[in-house]
Design a protein around this ligand. Structure first.
Ligand code: GCO
Ligand code: MG
Length: 403
């Protein structure tokens, strides 16, 4: 049995910050895990290096479940994004090692492929509705079967989800948080217009998605869901901040527009009531922020009982290691729904060589043993950490709001 001989934490910034754990076994087998927590990266790096790595040395790398329970129950302080991202990194690395030792891609260890590939959604955005539609047509031309639409809100200087670059969106853009302004009334006017124009231009054979990014009250979210119904969105995401889970009951009572939530959830306990009460349709928790493949598989199994499918978070702040892990899990589970795919920069792709490939609107994790992704530590060292924050958001009168 391979024993864990050492583990190191690698912080690198090839265009944006990533925290990666590399576990090395006594037989030379290595595994990688992603521990990136956007804007709070060094907290997880310290949690791992100072508090987790010393407990790993000498352990049997094959005992994935036992090590998960050891780190979760053994810390006494449970859950939370820092703890769960750290546990996730260890978990991903151990699945990677098990796959390499077995000579199998991780999806084979999880039960084998349930589908040809994982349907992904691309990100079309623009300052105006016309720009956004042009970007969406571009994605449709590349074979995407699902596209997220975000456009600028007239009268607002900046809007969540609207990038300066055609293909790359990076919200963590400053050494101290940028201040954005927000008007719900203006926003609620433009989104239905965007969807009407999109159906005109793109037709009905493509899934359309939208991220509200936690900005509405429950009754406002209900209004948006109703207004979008004629355009049959695949989902609206994070319609309202989800620590108030009962809010989703109110939205649900008013609209048949499918609801997705959970990219900031860190454990099954954040998902449980929403799933069991059938208040959502897609769960967006990820292998990175919700405790790794081991825990995310448990969330997916619970969701499957209630016809809830996965729609895992996949923004640029989740490294190619997370993307690979998510694709192995997504390929294997019965209730995969869709996977977010925000492409990484060339510099990031170079630091994390990977085997997953896009074709026909789907990503496939590839058939290399393990996760099929690695970190080039020499290249990583050429991109030192740079402090970067997500923006904050205020109403027009200065009141702090959710970003
Ligand atoms: C998404 C997300 C991201 C987040 C980012 C924060 O749906 O992809 O909302 O854009 O804002 O991941 O770190
Ligand atoms: Mg989101």
């Amino acid at each position: 049995m391979p024993k864990i001989a050492s583990a190191r934490v690698i912080v690198t910034s090839p265009g944006r910050n990533f925290v990666t754990l590399k576990v090395v076994c006594d037989d030379g087998t290595t595994g990688v895990g992603d521990a990136t927590l956007n804007g709070r990266e060094l907290a997880v790096a310290s949690y791992l290096a100072d508090h987790v790595v010393p407990c790993l040395i000498g352990r049997d790398a094959h005992r994935i479940e036992d090590i998960w329970q050891y780190l979760y129950k053994g810390a006494y302080w449970r859950r939370g994004p820092v703890t769960m991202a750290a546990i996730a990194a260890v978990d991903m690395a151990l699945w990677d090692i098990k796959g390499k030792v077995a000579g199998l891609p991780v999806y084979q260890l999880l039960g084998g492929a349930s589908r040809a590939g994982c349907m992904v959604y691309g990100h079309a955005n623009g300052e105006t509705i016309a720009d956004t539609i042009a970007a969406a047509l571009d994605y449709q031309g590349q074979g995407y079967k699902a596209i997220r639409l975000q456009c600028g809100v007239p009268g607002m200087a900046s809007t969540y989800g609207v990038s300066k670059d055609k293909y790359f969106y990076e919200p963590a853009d400053a050494e101290l948080p940028t201040e954005n302004l927000w008007s719900t009334a203006k926003y609620l006017r433009v989104v239905p217009e965007l969807f009407a124009a999109a159906r005109e231009a793109l037709g009905w054979d493509v899934h359309l998605l939208h991220d509200v990014h936690h900005r509405l009250t429950p009754i406002e979210a209900a209004r948006l869901g109703k207004d979008l119904e004629p355009y049959r969105p695949f989902w609206i995401e994070d319609a309202t901040p989800a620590e108030d889970q009962e809010a989703f009951r109110l939205i649900r009572q008013h609209t048949t527009t499918p609801l997705a939530v959970g990219e900031i959830f860190s454990s099954i306990w954040d998902c449980k009531a929403l799933i069991e009460n059938r208040l959502i349709d897609y769960i967006r928790a990820t292998v990175l922020h919700a405790g790794g493949i081991t825990h995310m598989r448990q969330i997916a199994s619970l969701a499957d009982l209630y016809h809830v499918r996965t729609g895992c978070h996949g923004a640029t702040d989740l490294s190619p290691v997370t993307m690979a892990a998510a694709l192995h899990l997504g390929l294997a589970i019965p209730n995969f729904g869709i996977q977010e795919y925000m492409r990484h920069s060339d510099d990031t792709d170079a630091v994390f060589p990977h085997g997953y490939r896009f074709a026909d609107g789907m990503l496939h994790p590839g058939d290399a043993p393990g996760l099929g992704v690695d970190i080039d530590e020499r290249l990583a060292a050429a991109h030192p950490y740079r402090r970067a924050y997500l923006p904050v958001n205020r109403l027009e009168d200065g009141t702090m709001w959710s970003w």
